[in-house]
Write a protein that binds this ligand. Structure first.
Ligand SMILES: Nc1ncnc2c1ncn2[C@@H]1O[C@H](COP(=O)(O)OP(=O)(O)OP(=O)(O)O)[C@@H](O)[C@H]1O
Ligand SMILES: [Mg+2]
Length: 466
């Protein structure tokens, strides 16, 4: 078994990668310059300079492979951009470095244990860059000749390929003939054919044929006819995550499980085998480990067992950089009766570098609102912009951002292009923010269901939400 560990292909990553839209779709990076100084307003990011700069430094260290097995905590009040900064980091890292994002509550699922869920998340965040040598036929197509049998069921053929130095004729089977016609390969094309997988890639048209056709597409690329041998050994590099290797090799799940997203639990023995194999590849120089980033949002939702598991996992040799975010102050650690800063046990906090995020200044809020308006394709009148900014100050930034699209619906109803103060005011009356909701609950005085909490539990709850 260990000898046959397969790694899938690079195309896998595109399928399993998540598409992110919604509240943070305006974030396109961290908005830092080359010296890691935060630009005032760039890539959708505004203000929060210190935290962004810290994030930039972390990215630098990740890229240099120096920070595996460490942990960072973003701590700050709600809607101060913790999640936004993490997403900005993901976009800055580039596609080769794995970035996994989970919310802590995802760990509590019925289909697998907490530790299995965490292990999968950790292994998803460690990339293995694998170098493979493959044999490639590369040259200019001189002629394709296809013979159909009388019934048309079988096809045979010959493919003549040349480089500047030599010319060779290859026999073609049905599969190759289909592949060639699917790629629309013609005489005069320069192609590369992977001998093991049979994959054909068109590199372009030969310069020698540039005057042959006048009806050529605008995107036709001309290339030189290759030199030297037709058959070459070429090194191909692809990156997969440890988790992907796990799933592909787990006998019950297999390759298709990655598409379904339903991977179930993976046996520890299999993971051991894979770790050994990967270590072997590393020694042979065939593979390289790329520690990526695991982002755990709302980390205070993890419980004490998860925290102690994380503690240990961080010391493992194959460990990613773990970034956490919490908006809690002193609060109860789940699964215990103890209170601790940010809801994290002190022994974990001890290993963590803490970056704090602060509430935004009015000017920052104004700019964030403006960016969101552009993103949602809404235009506010200048007065409405000022009103919304001050609303964000008295309620929260998130509430103000949510009002943008509500107010637009109201403005559309009166067939107006611009959203005005009156639309905002109406949206404000339709939708309550947290403060007004609490006020309203007080006024209702117990007419809602299940309001009373027993004395003992109330104390615990109060700590939880402090
Ligand atoms: N510096 C910023 N630049 C641009 N947009 C921002 C910035 N900070 C926050 N936002 C936007 O404001 C909204 C709230 O921010 P975010 O969700 O990141 O807060 P948070 O700190 O994660 O809050 P919570 O603790 O409640 O999870 C999001 O839509 C986010 O994209
Ligand atoms: Mg958040």
């Amino acid at each position: 078994m260990a000898a046959q560990i397969s790694t899938g292909t690079s195309e896998l990553r595109d399928i399993t990668k998540m598409e992110r839209i919604g509240a943070h779709s305006h974030i396109r990076g961290l908005g830092l310059d080359d010296r890691l100084e935060p630009r005032a307003n760039s890539q959708g990011m505004v203000g929060q300079a210190k935290a962004r700069k810290a994030a930039g430094m972390v990215i630098k260290m990740v890229q240099q492979g120096r920070i595996a097995g460490r942990a960072i905590l973003f701590a700050g009040p709600p809607s101060t951009g913790k999640t936004a900064i993490a997403l900005g980091m993901a976009q800055t890292l580039g596609s080769d470095v794995p970035f996994t994002m989970i919310a802590a509550s995802e760990v509590f699922s019925l289909s697998m244990s907490k530790t299995e869920a965490l292990t999968q998340a950790i292994r998803r965040s460690i990339g293995v860059r694998i170098k493979e040598e493959s044999e490639i036929i590369e040259g200019e197509v001189v002629e394709i000749q296809i013979d159909r049998s009388l019934t048309g069921a079988t096809k045979t053929g010959k493919l003549t390929i040349k480089t500047t130095d030599m010319e060779t004729i290859y026999d073609l089977g049905t599969k190759m003939i289909d592949a060639l016609s699917k790629e629309k390969v013609l005489a005069g094309d320069v192609v590369a054919i992977d001998k093991t997988s049979g994959k054909i890639s068109k590199l372009g048209r030969s310069f020698a044929r540039s005057r042959d056709y006048d009806a050529m597409g605008a995107d036709t690329r001309f290339v030189q006819c290759p030199e030297g041998e037709i058959q070459k050994r070429k090194e191909v590099v692809h990156t997969v995550s440890l988790h992907e290797i796990d799933v592909i090799n787990s006998r019950t799940q297999g390759f298709l499980a990655l598409f379904a997203g339903d991977t179930g639990e993976i046996k520890p023995e299999l993971r051991d085998q894979i770790n050994t194999k990967v270590a072997e590849w590393r020694e042979e120089g065939k593979a390289e480990i790329i520690p990526g980033v695991l982002f755990i949002d709302e980390v205070h939702m993890l419980d004490i067992e998860c925290f102690s598991f994380l503690n240990r996992a961080l010391e493992n040799e194959l460990s990613p950089l773990v970034i956490m975010a919490s908006n809690r102050g002193m609060s109860r650690i789940r699964g215990t009766k103890f209170r601790s800063p940010h809801g994290l046990p002190v022994d974990l906090l001890d290993r963590v570098l803490i970056v704090s995020t602060k509430p935004y200044a009015e000017e920052d809020i104004r700019q964030i609102i403006q960016i969101r308006c552009e993103e949602e394709d809404v235009t506010l009148t200048p007065e409405a912009q000022a009103v919304l900014t001050s609303m964000a100050g008295s309620t929260t930034l998130r509430y103000a951002l949510n009002l943008i699209s509500c107010a637009q619906v109201i403005a559309r109803k009166r067939k107006a292009e611009l959203v005005d103060v009156e639309d905002l005011r109406r949206a404000y009356t339709y939708f309550m923010d947290e403060k007004r909701s609490v006020q309203w609950l007080r006024e209702q005085q117990g007419t809602l269901v299940f309001e009373e909490i027993e004395q003992g539990a109330a104390a615990g709850e109060a700590m939880d939400s402090s």
